[in-house]
Design a protein around this ligand. Sequence first.
Ligand SMILES: [Zn+2]
Length: 135
Amino acid sequence: MAEYTKPLPEITAESRPFWEGCKRRQLLVQRCRACGARQHYPRGVCAACWSDDLEWLPSPGRGRVYSFTVTHRTQARGFRDELPYVLAWVELDEGVQVLTNLVGCDPEKVRIGMEVRVTFEDVNADVSIPRFTPA
Ligand SMILES: [Zn+2]
């Protein structure tokens, strides 16, 4: 495995189940047992009603591009080797949005509304990061 030179996620007690899911190739979304709201990123309380009664649900990992930008220039370590790259908000079919990268497609062909699915990149022995690719 090549050395991963981008910043790694900070894995907290609240986000650990999410990252463990990614290791298993499973995208997890939180659902509030009190009000039913779903949310991403992982939090200790429901962003809708502040309940701490949250559960983790597996997501099919399918959705659409909500918005995106293509980065053509950067000097940031790890990122400059992958220019141009796509940073996107993906809206999952469950309704939550995920800030992510689109991979496996020509950045010039990305469109709002494009159907995408999750894929996972093993960046080191402990961390896999979800990305999205055309469905
Ligand atoms: Zn709630």
